[in-house]
Design a protein around this ligand. Sequence first.
Ligand SMILES: C[S@@+](CC[C@H](N)C(=O)[O-])C[C@H]1O[C@@H](n2cnc3c(N)ncnc32)[C@H](O)[C@@H]1O
Length: 534
Amino acid sequence: MGKNSKNKNKSASNKNQSAANVTTHAHDAQSSTKQQQQHQAPIKRPTLTLQKRNELSSLINALLEIGFKQPANPKEEWDQYLEIQTLLHRVQILEAPLRRTSSNPTTEARLANIENFYRWATENGLRFDGVRIAQFQGYELGLEATRDIAEEEVLFSIPRKLILSEENMDLDYSPTQFGSMSNLKLSYVLMLEALKPDSFWKPYIDLLPERYNTVLYFTTKEMEMLRGSNALTAALRQCKAIARQYAFLYNCTVKASRADKFNSMGQTFKEQFNYDLYRWAVSTVMTRENLVPRSRPLHSGDDSASQESETIAALIPFWDMANHRQGRVTSFFNIETQEMESSAQFSFKAGEQIFIHYGDRSNADLMIHNGFINPTNPKDYVCIKLGLGSSDPLLEQRAKLLQMMQIAKNTELQVLPPPKYISSELLAFVRVFNMNAQQLEHWITSERAMDLLHVDCALETTLESKTWQYLQTRLMLLLRVFPTTLEADEEQLAAYKKGELYLCYVEAMLLEYRVLEKRVLAAALDYAKQRIKT
Ligand SMILES: C[S@@+](CC[C@H](N)C(=O)[O-])C[C@H]1O[C@@H](n2cnc3c(N)ncnc32)[C@H](O)[C@@H]1O
């Protein structure tokens, strides 16, 4: 639920939330497109030879095998990533003839499709006032105020008919193995529509970027820039998960058994599906999705309250042209009108860019899933891994005390930017980690275990100093594993900003991300040092 929503008819629209299950209904728009489809002469598209298909099959098997292998250590994780990239590169070479020719390779080309988009969107119920889509340096497209706009003023409303979700999937002719993988289903729907020459959604798809800056588009050299960073594992896992999903989709569509039903579009999909198309669709979803309530309850007899609480991932044309600025969520799905509504989170002057707030996210999360970072992110944090040793004789007691504070014994905890530095859970974990048997016994039997979460909790001096010593050492080690120092990175970033050093968008983002992560760790390290002195 959106933090600023009190209206029970409005369902929140925070991009952070995860999505839900499958439905049995398709949109009206979808079925009319289906009818048109049946009367259409088939388009001649390139297909792959049997030999290439066989080669692809063995690459798919290799991707699945490595995709399910758990790496034993960071080196193995990195090596797996390199192996997956090599396999995907070979896949891309084999699939090259299937690549979609995009009508929108540049921002200017996207803009050339804008009149068509407006016509389609307004004919189908988009209402907007004082806003237009425009180009902005550093953002590609965004929303611009065409007049002065007051805070809270309604900017636009988008009807359900213009919202693309898994509900547009024709379940009679779709793979049954998708289960509750909402993002995968939405990506599948988007790919189907992108392959249809006369899709209802074509004017929207023609306005989308052709490629993205998400981790799926990083080269291995770019990924290497994250060496030493706490974001590396999450970035590698994301690439691995998407490679695995591609192989899974290949098996349940291209290599589907004869018993599986596919309509003519499904047949086209079987021939045309390729990794590049999936990477594009998944990145479109990752960078632009929002959550909306299902249009109909999943089970008959469900009331509107359950409809409201069950949300699914969706693409919302026009709304998804807005860029992010930290603030508050001001987009809601109005259950009564069945429209997505957005109001202004600040006042805007004519000509200014209108930003919306996507939700509170760390820079690592923004970089991995959205392909940008926020250099002044007040909600940033750096996740570090902590765990109790299995040979620790006090393991059970420590785990018990941690559990009393709802902290897992193997977990990731947050280092925060000033003025907080160390999250409550991180501090409590390190305190418990450094306790002796007597201290553990004392805190387990006391009713004040939660006090350990507070920085000013009264603790024995030796325990308090061991805690801050431990944090100091850990933070120092985290900074040391980076191949470059903070000072060297700061210098490079300054040179880039002065125009003395050329970096592409992703390289500059990665360099700045590294600087921001190191600044958070270095500030927390200074803080830990101060705590030791006092
Ligand atoms: C929902 S789309 C917004 C429209 C997008 N700019 C376009 O041209 O289609 C989200 C994407 O916009 C860009 N973006 C959004 N907010 C940004 C910001 N504050 N800084 C840089 N890029 C941003 C990122 O590429 C992100 O993945």
